[in-house]
Design a protein around this ligand. Structure first.
Ligand code: NAD
Length: 265
C-alpha cells in the first residue's frame, strides 16, 4: 500500500472524476473512497480512464454503517457487490468496516464475511476504520485474520499514541484520516508555520511529512489541483528530532470527528 494516498470525502461524484485525475497526474496511486461518500462511480471511472495498469493502482472503499440494519452475511455481500459495480472494478485493494458501532454487536459478523471476500480474491486486503483498541482486542480474539489497517482520525492535535502502539504490537498499519486536521486551525498554527519557513515548505507539507516519519499511512484530501500536487511533494526534506518534538507538543487529544465509542448512524 502506498504510504501516501488521496482521500475523496466530500468531493461530489461529478467532481470526483476530475479530482482523481489530477491526483493520478500528480503521481498518487492510492485512492481512498467509501460507499457513503457517494462518489465511487466518478472515482472508478477516473481510475479506468487513466490507462494506468490496475496492479499499479490501490483502491480503498468502506462498508457504511446502516441506520436501520444489523449486518448479516448476505447484506454485507450485497453491499460489497454494489461498491464493486459502482467502481467498475473486478477487485478492491482494501475493504474497510467504516465504524465499529459496537452497540449493534455486528462487527464480528461483518468481519467473518470480509474474511470470505478476501479469500475469494475480490478484496486483496481487509481492514477496519475507527476501531478503538477494545474493539480490535475482541476482533483479534474471536476471528482469524488480523486487520491489515485501522484507519483512524489522526493529526498533530490528536496523535493517538495508544492506538498507534496497539497497532504496532499487532502488525496493523495505522492510517490517518483528516491528516491535515481538515485544513482548519492546525495549518495556521504558528509552530507549524515556523517549521514550514525553516524547511522552505508549506504547513500542509510539514504536517504530511510528520505523518510519514511517524510511519502513518496518510490520505490528504483536496479538490484543488495545486494543493493536490503540493500534498505529494513531501519526499525531498526531513524533519529533525527537534522539529518532531515541537509537533509532539501540539497534541490536545482533540477530535474533529465523532467518538467511535458512541457513534451510531
Ligand atoms: P484533511 O485533513 O485531508 O483536510 C482536507 C482539507 O484541508 C481540504 O478540504 C482543504 O480545505 C484543506 N487542504 C488540503 N490541502 C491543503 C493544502 N495543501 N494547503 C491548505 N489547505 C489544504 O481532511 P479529510 O478530507 O477529512 O480527510 C482526508 C481523507 O480521510 C478523506 O478524504 C477520506 O478519504 C478520509 N476520511 C475517513 C474517515 C473515516 O471515518 N474513515 C473520516 C474522515 C475522512
Amino acid at each position: 500500500m502506498p504510504q501516501l494516498g488521496f482521500g475523496v470525502w466530500q468531493i461530489p461524484d461529478d467532481e470526483a472524476f476530475t479530482a482523481v485525475n489530477h491526483a493520478l497526474s500528480a503521481g498518487y496511486r492510492s485512492i481512498d473512497t467509501a460507499a457513503i461518500y457517494g462518489n465511487e462511480e466518478g472515482t472508478g471511472k477516473a481510475l479506468t480512464a487513466s490507462g494506468i495498469p490496475r496492479d499499479e493502482l490501490f483502491l480503498t472503499t468502506k462498508l457504511w454503517n446502516s441506520a436501520s440494519e444489523t449486518w448479516t452475511r448476505d447484506s454485507v455481500l450485497r453491499e460489497f457487490d454494489l461498491s464493486l459495480d459502482k467502481l467498475g472494478l473486478d477487485y478492491i485493494d482494501l475493504y474497510l468496516i467504516h465504524w465499529p458501532r459496537a452497540m449493534r454487536d455486528d462487527y464480528l459478523t461483518i468481519w467473518r464475511t470480509f474474511e470470505e471476500i478476501a479469500k475469494s480474491g475480490r478484496a486483496k486486503a481487509i481492514g477496519v476504520s475507527n476501531f478503538l483498541p477494545e474493539h480490535l482486542e475482541r476482533l483479534l480474539g474471536e476471528t482469524s485474520v488480523v486487520p491489515a489497517v485501522n484507519q483512524i482520525e489522526l493529526h498533530p492535535q490528536l496523535q493517538q499514541a495508544e492506538s498507534r502502539a496497539f497497532h504496532a504490537r499487532h502488525g496493523i498499519a495505522t492510517e490517518a484520516w483528516s491528516p491535515l486536521g481538515q485544513g482548519k486551525g492546525l495549518l495556521s498554527d504558528p509552530k507549524i508555520a515556523e517549521l514550514a519557513a525553516k524547511h522552505g515548505k508549506t504547513p500542509a507539507q510539514v504536517v504530511l511529512r510528520w505523518h510519514l516519519q511517524l510511519g502513518n499511512v496518510v490520505i490528504p484530501k483536496s479538490a484543488t489541483a495545486s494543493r493536490i500536487k503540493e500534498n505529494i511533494d513531501v519526499f525531498d526534506f526531513e524533519l529533525d528530532d527537534e522539529d518532531l518534538s515541537v509537533i509532539a507538543a501540539l497534541d490536545e487529544g482533540k477530535r474533529l470527528g465523532p467518538d467511535p465509542a458512541t457513534f451510531d448512524v
